[in-house]
Design a protein around this ligand. Structure first.
Ligand code: C2E
Ligand code: MG
Ligand code: MG
Length: 746
């Protein structure tokens, strides 16, 4: 911006100076000048001289043969005329160059013209000065003087024009003027020398007609000119070549730089990509490692991780018994029910909540792991005694049993917790986990909070495992048999049916009571095939017994159905198959379902019982009074009979004490339109109370103990009296006729 301004001012100053010089020249120009020779010079300057001009290497200044014309005019007609020639010649030269495509910058044509005018003026003045002060009067007609004059003129003109041009150029582009002069203007000295030569030659020719000298000089000058022109052209070509090579080199350099930058960028981006890929790899490696050792749902350690930790702890304990620890085995109670009724999504959330609660209670150095569907394990560290572990377990138990809401469902869960303290006898994580599991099963059975593992528990467990194995083969080994306990009408002593009770005659252990093996059958899923066998066996049996006497044609057999079996959809089909095979009236098969299992999943039970009712079998609610029935469900469950739990009967004293609850249950049953059976009648007093309260049927040792098939059959043929003699006669006389007319439904 600044340089532009300087350049513009310089041009303006040069143009102004040129104009002043031109005006001065015009003002002092003598009219004698205007002769045909002068016009000839002007015509030459305008037409031929421009075509003979040479462009100085690297410079935009065109130096023409105007010098020859200017010198000649100066010699012939003085400085003023030379200025006019200079004006015309430079103008013509610029116009010619422009017509050849040379592009002049703004004001460059007037600037060029002015520069030449000023240079010519300076030459004229200096020449006059030199003449007057140094040389004295010169006679240029003499060749010797003429050569001196031309030499001086050429020198002045050369210095004047070249220095002016260099100064102008440096003002324009800020280059060093001396360097510019040396590089671009020095070679133009030849122009002045040639110009001076031509001027001298023409001067001689015009003034003296010295043809020989002129011809020789012309030839010499022509050769010099041509040579000079060629060398200038060569220099220009060489410069152009060098410039072109430099341009190409610079272009190649730029290309290389661009390539290098591009390569560097690509390298940087591929390094970045590689770093990112490495990062991702490291992350996914970490994720994989985490996933391999953690449970995806809860984020807790998994069994593998737990085993790793336990392995280390067992080794440490062997080395240093002060590093003790305790292992808790936790199992969420009835988790299957949550999954079945509320769906797996809720089930998963319940597990996550349980995991959070476990983690919240224990210390950071402890480990909580999920080792199965609803099974968790916790390692408690640095707890010296199992008692302390039990305290933590109870705290966990209290926390886990707090109810919570999920998707509008109020949920409360419970856990069975078994504790195994560390012991030097453990060699592997599996051993200590197995013992914690054994303790957990014991806690589950006992249902009285966390249990600590003992050797005795292991013994029980092993017995149980053996039991389970033997149970699996009991049917095929023919070790099962049914016992039948009569159920009697308390109003008339009539036998209405039997409760079928399963007996297991173990080949080595002898008779095993149902209270010992039924829970094992239930927990090992053996209860279903066993029940199928019972249904087949009892219906076949009752069909036979119904044939013995017309009194027995409506004998009912009651079969106990385990709560575990209720969740199995096959039950209805299995019952139907038994009915079909035996051919009995479905109304003579009764299914007993305990109150607690009926209530455990009441909605599902209602549905199942309705399906069973639809095929015509009868239903009895067993052990009533122990299962905390919800009355709202009770009236929706389609039971025909209600069986009072024997604990209520047992409480009735010799004089009828504690019969209030029996009365309540009996009236409840009547209200719900159910028949009532009392079980566990052992004394006359109990019988009397029940009869007085209007209980329909009775079952108990007082009336008959459960007996095997043969014994039962023998008694059927005997037609015994089922009620104690004093109570029978009395009642028989009241009800017998009535009963025969309208057989009561049992
Ligand atoms: P439960 O269904 O309540 O059966 C009645 C139990 O009371 C029987 O015991 C019977 O022998 C006993 N009992 C009858 N009268 C008296 C009495 O006057 N006093 C006393 N103290 N007990 C009396 P059992 O046969 O040992 O059966 C026990 C339980 O085992 C049954 O209770 C039932 O829940 C279960 N069970 C027995 N057999 C089967 C079966 O075939 N299938 C299923 N799922 N469970 C069975
Ligand atoms: Mg029963
Ligand atoms: Mg019972």
């Amino acid at each position: 911006m600044f340089r532009d301004k300087v350049s513009s001012y310089t041009k303006a100053a040069v143009i102004f100076l040129g104009a002043v010089c031109l005006l001065a020249a015009l003002a002092t120009l003598s009219l004698d000048v205007f002769k045909w020779k002068f016009f000839l010079i002007l015509a030459f300057a305008v037409t031929i001289a421009p075509r003979m001009s040479l462009t100085l290497p690297r410079s935009k200044f065109a130096i023409s043969f105007s010098d020859a014309l200017v010198f000649l005019t100066l010699l012939l007609y003085g400085g003023q005329a030379a200025v006019i020639v200079s004006l015309f010649e430079t103008t013509a030269n610029c116009i010619f160059l422009r017509s050849r495509g040379f592009r002049f910058g703004r004001l460059m044509i007037p600037t060029n013209i002015s520069l030449n005018i000023v240079a010519t003026t300076i030459t004229y003045f200096l020449w006059t000065l030199i003449q007057n002060s140094l040389l004295g009067p010169t006679d240029i007609t003499r060749t010797q003087h003429l050569i001196t004059a031309l030499g001086i003129l050429a020198l002045i003109q050369f210095l004047g024009s070249s220095l002016l041009a260099a100064a102008f150029q440096s003002l324009k582009d800020g280059s060093n003027p001396w360097e510019t002069w040396k590089r671009d203007c020095f070679t133009s000295s030849m122009t002045q020398i040639v110009g001076a030569g031509i001027a001298g030659l023409v001067y001689k020719l015009i003034n003296f007609g010295d043809i020989v000298t002129a011809a020789i000089a012309s030839i010499a000058l022509a050769i010099a000119f041509v040579n000079y022109r060629q060398s200038i052209a060569e220099i220009n070509r060489a410069i152009e070549n060098v410039e072109e090579a430099e341009r190409q080199k610079a272009e190649a350099e730029r290309g290389r730089r661009r390539e290098a930058e591009k390569y560097a960028q690509e390298l940087a981006s591929s390094l970045e990509k590689e770093a990112r890929a490495n990062d991702a790899l490291r992350r996914s490696e970490k994720d994989l490692q985490f996933a391999a050792l953690h449970d995806s749902l809860t984020g807790l350690a998994n069994r593998k991780k737990l085993n790793e930790i336990l392995h280390g702890l067992i080794q440490n304990y062997k080395d240093d018994p002060s590093t003790n620890f305790q292992v808790l085995f936790l199992d969420i109670r009835s988790f299957k029910n949550i999954n079945d009724t509320l769906g797996h999504t809720i089930g998963d959330k319940v597990l996550s909540i349980a995991a959070k609660r476990f983690t919240r209670i224990v210390n950071p150095e402890d480990t909580v792991a999920r080792i199965g569907g609803d099974e968790f394990a916790i390692i408690l560290r640095n707890l010296a005694t199992a008692g302390k572990a039990q305290k933590v377990a109870r705290k966990i138990h209290r926390s886990i049993t707090q109810p919570f809401s999920l998707s509008g469902n109020k949920i409360s869960i419970d856990v069975n917790i078994g504790i195994a303290p560390c012991d030097a006898e453990y060699e592997t994580p599996e051993e200590i986990l197995r013992d914690a599991d054994i303790a957990m099963h014991y806690a589950k059975e006992r249902n009285d909070g966390p249990a600590v593992f003992t050797k005795e528990l292991r013994h029980r467990f092993l017995e149980r495992v053996r039991f389970e194995m033997d149970l699996r083969h009991a049917i095929e080994r023919n070790e099962f048999a049914m016992s039948y306990q009569p159920i009697v009408s308390l109003s008339d002593g009539r036998l209405v049916g039997f409760e079928a009770l399963l007996r297991w005659n173990h080949s080595e252990l002898g008779l095993i009571p149902p209270s010992k093996f039924i829970p094992i059958a239930e927990s090992s899923d053996l209860i279903q095939p066993i029940t199928v066998w019972i249904l087949q066996e009892t219906t076949r049996q009752i069909a036979e017994w119904q044939q013995i006497s017309p009194d027995y044609r409506n004998l009912v057999v009651s079969v106990n159905i385990s709560g575990k079996h209720l969740s199995n959809d096959n039950l209805v089909d299995e019952v139907e198959a038994a009915l079909d095979a035996s051919g009995i009236d479905p109304a003579t098969l009764k299914l007993e379902i305990t109150e607690s299992s009926a209530m455990e999943n009441a909605e599902r039970t209602i549905n199942l019982l309705k399906r069973l009712k639809a095929i015509g079998v009868r239903l009895s609610i067993d052990d009533f009074g122990t299962g905390y029935s919800s009355l709202s469900y009770l009236h929706r469950l389609p039971f025909d009979t209600l069986k009072i739990d024997r604990s209520f009967v047992k409480n009735v004293g010799e004089h009828g004490e504690n019969s209030g609850i029996l009365q309540t249950i009996i009236s409840l049953a009547k209200n719900l339109k159910m028949r009532v059976v009392a079980e566990g009648i052992e004394t006359e007093a109990q019988l009397a109370v029940l009869q007085n309260l209007g209980c329909d049927y009775g079952q108990g040792y007082l009336l008959a103990k459960p007996k095997g098939r043969d014994e039962t059959e023998r008694r059927l043929y005997q037609h015994p009296i089922w009620l104690p003699s004093d109570r029978v006669t009395e009642i028989r006389s009241i009800g017998r006729e009535h009963v025969v007319e309208d057989l009561p439904v049992f």
